[in-house]
Write a protein of this length. Structure first.
Length: 114
């Protein structure tokens, strides 16, 4: 099983970025897809999750600014990040739960700076 994250980069405050995560090597649908982030010197924290049925949940700091979505047919999910703030700077990791087993992507750097 492999999760391949992409889409990170540099954005200005107030800007937008879109992250993607593609899963391969899986049989059947993924139960839960999500995004986590880890800033320098801090613990990894949950950003957003989405279930196979489309139900989503967000961490308070990103509510109203980030949107998680998924394409079940492609085993791919996305994180649309709008109104970015410098405190959103972190390495973003995608995560999936499949048959009760958790899998991590390699991480993609997001830097928000003017």
């Amino acid at each position: 099983v492999q999760l391949q994250a992409s889409g990170g980069g540099l954005a200005q405050p107030g800007g937008s970025l879109r992250l993607s995560c593609a899963a391969s090597g899986l049989i059947g649908s993924i139960t839960l897809m999500g995004w986590y982030r880890q800033a320098p010197g801090k613990q990894r924290e949950l950003v957003a999750t989405i279930t196979s049925g489309g139900g989503s949940d967000y961490a308070d700091p990103v509510k109203g600014r980030f949107t998680i979505s998924r394409d079940n047919a492609k085993n791919t999910w996305y994180l649309q990040m709008d109104s970015l703030k410098p405190e959103d700077t972190a390495v973003y990791f995608c995560h999936a739960v499949h048959w009760l087993v958790g899998y991590w992507g390699q991480g993609t750097q997001v830097t928000v700076s003017s």
